[in-house]
Design a protein around this ligand. Structure first.
Ligand code: OAD
Length: 240
């Protein structure tokens, strides 16, 4: 496998076995509990920043309390055998904490903050949140703007640098592994399509059928943490 490039495209499902809820699970998913357009859009932020801030602050602290699972760790361990790039829609840091060195966050990070007016990064104090609450006033910037999470909300563009690196990582891949995403949110969902149209094999790992399953080169109905640790050795056999 020397000189092979593996590009992983991950979504919320890879962190599910770390105890992080996904978005679209009908019972436990985040979008089953809150209105995505109220809590995750710039309109919602303008209307009630204190509600949006409280929700993201809760998720920030929740992510600090969970650990990478065998899936994150396996992808990092592949770096001993291949050049591995991780393109993730996740705003957690579990790939990095699992040991991956090339991670591109298409939807931003729960661990970065910036001013909603002047874009100045913020690394000042955050209010403690021992338990989830519905309303917390966001800190203010020196310019008078409000501090917001550095995540991508509905209707906002993706960070250009992460997007460019992700496209390159897909174009240069020998194989793309798509794990734990419902593959419905664009432009991220266009990356497996880019791989397929470039003749790059795409292997999907997901316990459920998704929008990608029918077109993937191989679609494994399986969970990330139990499948990824042995996947790299099995690739030659799986791809024939
Ligand atoms: P979704 O919640 O849409 O999909 C999670 C996927 O993970 C589903 O297809 C599950 O079947 C699968 N899954 C669950 N447990 C799994 C496991 N143990 N192993 C492997 N797969 C598992 O999450 P995303 O596709 O990541 O965007 O959602 C994409 C974007 O939609 C998010 O980044 C977020 C959301 O709106 C923004 O906030 C901008």
């Amino acid at each position: 496998m020397v000189n092979v490039q593996v590009t992983v495209l991950s979504g919320a499902g890879i962190s599910a076995e770390s105890g992080v809820p996904t978005f679209r699970d009908v019972e436990t998913g985040l979008w089953a509990k809150v209105d995505p357009y109220e809590i995750s859009s710039s309109d919602g932020w303008q209307r009630h920043p204190e509600k949006v801030w409280a929700w993201y602050l809760w998720r920030h602290y929740m992510m600090k309390a969970v650990q990478p699972n065998d899936g994150h760790r396996a992808i990092a361990a592949w770096e001993d055998h291949a050049e591995v790039h991780v393109v993730t829609q996740n705003v957690d840091d579990l790939h990095e904490r699992g040991g991956s060195s090339r991670v591109y966050h298409l939807h931003g990070s729960l661990f970065e903050f910036r001013c909603d007016r002047c874009d100045l990064p913020y690394d000042g104090p955050l209010p403690a949140m021992p338990e989830p609450v519905e309303v917390v006033e966001p800190p203010t910037c020196v310019c008078g703007g409000l501090i917001r999470p550095n995540v991508v909300w509905f209707g906002e563009g993706l960070p250009a640098d992460a997007w460019d690196r992700s496209v390159d990582a897909v174009r240069n891949a020998d194989v793309a592994i798509v794990v734990g995403t419902s593959a419905v949110v664009y432009p991220a969902a266009g990356l497996p399509e880019l791989a397929l149209s470039s003749g790059i094999p795409v292997i999907e790992i997901n316990p459920e059928e998704t929008a990608l399953s029918a077109s993937a080169t191989l679609s494994l109905r399986a969970k990330a943490a139990s499948t990824l640790p042995t996947l790299l050795q099995r690739l030659p056999a799986l791809l024939g």
